[in-house]
Design a protein around this ligand. Sequence first.
Ligand SMILES: [Zn+2]
Length: 331
Amino acid sequence: MDSITSEPRPLCDLCGSKGVFAQSDIADPDGNLDGTWSFQRCANPACGIYWLDPAPPPHELWKAYVNYHTHTRKSGQRLGKAILSLAHRFIRLALTPLWIANGLKRESDYLRLMTLSGEPYGKLLDVGCGGGRFLNRMKKRGWQVEGTDFDEQATKKVSKRYDIKTHVGDLVQCALPANSFDVITMSQVIEHLYDPLATLRECLRILKPGGLLVLTTPNTLSLCAAEFGAFWRGWEAPRHLHLFSVDSLHRLTQRAGFDVTDACTYSAGSAVVYRVSRTNRQPGKLSWLDQLRLLSWSYGRELQEYRAQANTPHTGQNILIRARKLPNSTE
Ligand SMILES: [Zn+2]
């Protein structure tokens, strides 16, 4: 295991208030880093965000990402993985009629395009574009696309493989021109930032008047977080530096100057979070049969969570925010 320095962060860096401990004893779910971390929830009712305490200082954070995207696979496990992956595909295929019938398929399709299926084509920026699959999907549909990412290797690959313009670094550092994008998407990115408010304000500046911001992030008030406590994968310590409930992210987006048109949660895709959260709680080698059981259990939980939102709204796995830059904005 590697070690990483962490410093105390006693106060909310977005409003300066004290917090209450929302969750302690969170270990690195990938098992690469020594130590445990906690999340505090800001006690100021006008804020209410969650922050990692203690947290790695910026110059140490790279250590948390060294093994983040690597998938080491022992050669002897390849056949087993391939068979399991095939079984997984069959399970998903078999579940499709059920997903269509209950609405999860529609939700999944809506999120796959980051809610943009009904929007007029224009200039789209994906902040934290990773491997660029989403951007390529949107490019094929007629959007003019660009991406940003901290990871220079990732941006180079995206440019080379898909012929898409990319920018390296923090969005503020990228210094893109004002009023230049119709849509900005940020999928599972805001939770990784030291200063989410500065990034939201930068989004506002570079969006055209009337432009749309779509963002998704894990929901601290999700049923899965409540069930798994410190083992919930959404905490993702120490890579997640801020986390949110629907209300706290809604307020922060408004504070950045946006007109928030949708603030809700969704469950599509939550099966994988149930699966890894359960594996975090009960580590150990699973037989094929146990892995198949785990797969079908996780899809059952996804459906359960989706249905539960009719009675307990805002408890889905992830938060979705859609917000507009006002047409007469002077930003
Ligand atoms: Zn606060």
